[in-house]
Design a protein around this ligand. Structure first.
Ligand code: ATP
Ligand code: MG
Length: 577
């Protein structure tokens, strides 16, 4: 795969874009248009999103969800949510609920069309018997090891099973006894009778049922035989009246088998499988197994850790679901695998937040400032804009008092030339309030650390300018010491230092040791007290932040969603040194 790292414009390889209210123009839409022109499916479009309930959804699934639901919607069709729960050993009810929640969070609705492949176990069984009756399936007694050996390789054809030519009667009898539990696990399988010499390994008499005494999360102990995915999927699609079964490219080689089952059973108006490229992001892994390793190994704080590419992680981090959908649509649908820059996802998220997030003042590393000529008990409520990008957003009142906090970085005792913020004797503007001049620097006698600045204000500058029109270069954000609300702020960097987390062969070796930085002792303006979990703000000069569920009555906890500007140069620079 080719990494696409052109940052903000990381769009090479993308083919199509959907705009709201407009029909998509990607190749899947072309297939649908052709089907409709030919009168296929009576003009219906019906898709499905088929997650396996064996883990949490991630950003890659968001793309599949978006394609499945939006393609149906754009064509006046329907999309089902179907749990592909044919594998009893890896699936859990916990994931079913989480997946439903995540799909809803992205803004999609399956209406009353929530299905489970396990609901079709009886029907699927009947289809299997039908295949046997048609001479297209047989019970095979080869062991799993023998099956593998008989299968052949890419360069060598497979060998036919000695059980391949059993009579229909014998096959039916054995298959029914498999179902009845007469044989041990793994001792027999039902196989499709296709072609052991096929160049496509999937067509070499694939197993369609296995004996496995495992409790299923929905059907309990009813079954001791379970259908394989390749058999269950096309037939579940057929049962639901799916027209376009959209999936990722790795299923391309399975398509002949998908079609074979539908043809062998003479399914009328059969669904068709169409493959699209997976979504992969730089600095990101989307393998469920590896994500689990990160959680279980304690490398992250859980499945919803804001650094995780899971939808719950991104939700906790504060990514707006609309931005994720916008991102998917801007990456588009294509047939070629490409790796999209994580910077592009962040760029899209930032665009959304820039339009929607209220601006507030937060001091992450506070330095106390006393305004010596400002009365002790006076509170001046100053008016500050909520969002210059949104004319409807209005203004708010922020209290200004004698003691405030500014950002420690906004003061330098001995500033270099281009530093325009506060320094001894220098005048700056306080955002929305007034001008102050630094008169005195108070230091800790023991350490020499600056612990307080003593400043004076110009009362005529209240509101942000003075009658004499004099200019100041720097504008600082600040909070009133008496009113500020304590906060903890969590800053994130990508979980992996390398664009390809697998570089060098061990993804754990590429973990970014600085992926989480926790700042304590931060202060935010009082209007944020009691802010709801998930609320998003722009902290002036620091980026976009969301309230984390770890917040308590006494302490607000914020996650940085994205910095104000692309900080990718910095991170990639570090990776090279
Ligand atoms: P597993 O290896 O466990 O099957 P999976 O990622 O394929 O993992 P599923 O639950 O089977 O998980 O996926 C549901 C749907 O999401 C499938 O149609 C799959 O093709 C699609 N999907 C999974 N990963 C991506 C991805 N990175 N980009 C786009 N679609 C994806
Ligand atoms: Mg899968």
């Amino acid at each position: 795969m080719v990494p696409v790292s052109s940052g903000e414009a990381g769009l090479q390889g993308a083919v199509a874009v959907t705009e709201p209210g407009k029909k998509p123009t990607h190749f899947i839409q072309e297939i649908i248009d052709a089907d409709r022109a030919a009168g296929r499916y009576g003009g219906r479009v019906h898709t499905r999103f088929p997650p396996e309930p064996n883990g949490y959804l991630h950003i890659g699934h968001a793309k599949a969800i978006w394609i499945d639901f939006s393609t149906a919607e754009a064509n006046g069709g329907l999309c089902n949510l179907r749990f592909d729960d044919t594998n009893p050993t890896t699936e859990e009810e916990e994931f079913v609920e989480a997946i439903k929640e995540d799909v809803r969070w992205l803004g999609f609705d399956w209406g009353d069309r929530l299905y489970y492949a396990s609901d079709y176990f009886e029907q699927l069984y009947q289809y299997a018997e039908e295949l046997i009756k048609r001479g297209k399936a047989y019970v095979c007694d080869l062991s799993p090891e023998e099956l593998r050996a008989y299968r052949g390789t890419l360069t060598e054809p497979g060998r036919e099973s000695p059980y391949r030519n059993r009579s229909v009667e014998e096959n039916l009898d054995l298959f029914r006894r498999m179902r009845a539990g007469e044989f041990p696990d793994g001792s027999r399988t039902l196989r499709a009778k296709i072609d052991m010499a096929s160049p496509n390994l999937n067509m070499r008499d694939p197993v369609i049922y296995r004996i496995q005494r495992a409790r299923h999360h929905r059907t309990g102990d009813t079954w001791c035989i379970y259908p394989m995915y390749d058999f269950a999927h096309p037939l579940s699609d057929a049962i639901e009246g799916i027209t376009h079964s959209l999936c990722t490219l790795e299923f391309e080689d399975h398509r002949p088998l998908y079609n074979w089952f539908l043809e062998a059973l003479e399914i009328p108006d059969p669904p068709q499988q169409i493959e699209f490229a997976r979504l992969e992001l730089t600095h990101t892994i989307t393998s469920k197994r590896k994500l689990r390793q990160l959680v279980e190994g304690g490398y992250v704080r859980g499945w919803d850790d804001p650094r995780m590419p899971t939808l719950r992680g991104m939700r906790r981090r504060g990514y707006p679901p609309e931005a994720i959908i916008d991102f998917c649509s801007r990456v588009g649908v294509s047939k070629t695998n490409a790796v999209i820059s994580l910077g592009f996802l962040e760029h899209v998220v930032r665009e959304h937040l820039n339009r929607t997030a209220q601006r507030v003042m937060a001091v992450l590393n506070p330095l106390k400032v006393v305004i010596t000529n400002f009365p002790e008990d006076r509170v001046e409520w100053v008016e500050v804009e909520n969002n210059p990008e949104d004319p409807e957003a209005g203004t708010r009142q922020v209290p200004f008092t004698r003691e405030i906090y500014i950002e420690r970085d906004d003061f330098m005792e001995d500033p270099p030339k281009k530093f325009f913020r506060l320094a001894p004797g220098r005048e700056v503007r306080l955002k929305g309030a007034c001008y102050i001049t630094c008169q005195e620097v108070v230091k800790d006698p023991a350490t020499g650390e600056v612990i307080e600045l003593r400043c004076t204000w110009d009362p005529e500058s209240l509101g942000g300018s003075t009658p004499d029109g004099r200019r100041v270069k720097g504008t600082l954000h600040w909070v009133s010491a008496r009113h500020a609300v304590p906060a903890e702020v969590r800053l994130y960097e990508p979980l992996f230092l390398t664009e390809d987390p697998e570089e060098g062969g061990d993804f754990l070796a590429n973990l970014n040791p600085n992926s989480l930085q926790v700042l304590t002792g931060c202060l935010v303006e009082p209007g944020l007290a009691g802010a709801a979990v998930g609320s998003r703000y722009q902290f002036l000069r620091h980026g976009y932040f969301a309230v984390d569920p770890d917040s308590t009555e006494d302490l607000l906890v914020f996650n940085r969603i994205v910095p104000l500007r692309d900080s990718w140069q910095k991170i990639q620079g570090r990776e090279r040194t």
